[in-house]
Design a protein around this ligand. Structure first.
Ligand code: ZN
Length: 414
């Protein structure tokens, strides 16, 4: 860099005011690439001691596109193109940044404009394209950064043209990626490049606009008003985004996490609601049980009261020498009271079962576990009569041909 710069700037085309700095860059980049070591026996190529690899240009552009299109044929050409674009842009942007960083250290370059100037010369020496920077460019290390430039011999557009194929979209995505990577590293601000015209689609130039991501669309809109190409075509220009796929994957993963959270929250809510229902159920069962117990106690209480405070008086009345009419009334009263006090008798005497009063008495004693012989004595009847009553009761209860125990059945009726 101490040598006086040459005067013939032939690797790049830049506005007049940038000539001196680019002449210096041309000198030291030329020096850098003049120290070459090509050693196929070891399989290595080195420039200034730094190892390089040669890649066939068409394999990294047209042929890769075709292969991706074939691989993604089920998803359509556009998605295949999108994937190839993203992949190539990311690779080229990364290489541009890394090359720039390594070159700045090696050559001791520190000034941003000087750093930038090495990029296009380096680009020309590595065979990507030559660079023509337009006078409207305003490269500066802030939000107002703007670079408008052509790559007259882009290896990418060339690959399509050599195959005689015309596209309806710009193809120089690695050119865009590499140059934005290099300049981003030079100025320390995030930069993105869109190719606004491309020779592969029949335009006169491969023309690029580079700006911070937040400004690029405005610049493209402004440029399109002056361009010879129809304005609506500029709305379709693809603006590459470094690691777009990662951003999309992150968004997808975030969405997935959010959904999982949502499912977990809903599951928690359901579990909670379920638990509350279970608890309410238990509480309800306890209340029901208490109510049943109270009802039973009330019933028993009622029966005890009748037994102790009503029946003794009826017995006494019976012993007071009643006339026949009064006896009939008293008998009816006793019958009614027993109907009310015995749920079993109530059921047995219902019109459905239709047991006679005698049969009801026998059934009551059978239920109480009294043997036939004793029943006969209590009711002042013969054993045969009681057996006959039992037979009729079984018939009326529908137990005639069944092996059921009459007493168990009667108990179950209560
Ligand atoms: Zn192009």
């Amino acid at each position: 860099m101490d040598n006086p710069p040459g005067t013939d700037l032939n690797t790049v085309n830049v506005p007049e005011e940038l000539r001196p700095v680019f002449l210096r860059a041309q000198d030291y980049v030329r020096d850098y690439f003049s120290d070459v070591q090509n050693d196929p026996e070891k399989g290595l190529i080195k420039y200034s001691g730094e190892r390089y690899i040669l890649v066939r240009a068409s394999a990294m552009s047209k042929e890769l596109f075709d292969m991706m299109a074939l691989m993604y044929s089920d998803r359509g050409k556009e998605e295949a193109r999108d994937l190839s674009f993203n992949f190539l842009f990311d690779i080229a942007h990364s290489i541009g940044k890394a090359d720039a960083k390594s070159f700045f250290i090696k050559m001791g370059v520190t000034d941003p404009i000087e750093k930038l100037s090495a990029g296009p010369v380096h680009f020309a020496y590595t065979g990507w394209a030559s660079v023509k920077i337009h006078p409207l460019s305003n490269p500066r290390p802030d939000d107002h950064y703007y670079l408008i430039y052509d790559h007259p011999y882009s290896f990418e557009a060339q690959a399509w043209m050599d195959k005689g194929e015309k596209t309806d979209y710009p193809v120089c995505v690695m050119n865009a990626g590499y140059s934005s990577g290099w300049c981003e590293e030079s100025f320390g601000v995030p930069l993105v490049t869109a190719e606004v015209e491309c020779r592969a689609k029949g335009d006169r130039h491969c023309r690029f606009i580079m700006a911070p991501p937040s400004k690029i669309k405005d610049h493209i809109a402004k440029y399109s008003k002056k361009a010879y190409i129809k304005y609506e075509n500029y709305n379709k220009i693809d603006i590459p985004e470094f690691f777009k796929r990662k951003r999309l994957e992150d968004a997808l993963r975030n969405r997935k996490d959010q959904l999982e959270d949502l499912v977990q929250k809903r599951t928690d809510n359901l579990t909670k609601a379920n638990k509350e229902l279970e608890e309410a159920n238990i509480a309800m069962k306890v209340v029901l049980k208490q109510m049943e117990q109270k009802e039973k106690a009330d019933k028993e209480n009622f029966l005890t009261n009748i037994k102790h405070s009503v029946l003794p008086y009826l017995n006494e009345i019976a012993g007071t020498g009643l006339n026949p009419e009064q006896k009939i009334l008293l008998a009816q009263l006793e019958k009614n009271i027993s109907r009310i006090t015995s749920p079993l008798i109530g059921k047995l005497s219902s019109s459905y079962l239709n047991l006679t009063p005698m049969e009801i008495k026998v059934a009551g004693l059978v239920r109480d576990g009294v043997p036939n012989k004793e029943i006969a004595e209590i009711l002042n009847a013969s054993l045969n009569t009681i057996t006959s009553h039992r037979y009729k009761i079984r018939t009326k209860l529908g137990l005639k041909n069944k092996d059921s125990n009459l007493r168990s059945y009667l108990l179950s009726l209560e």
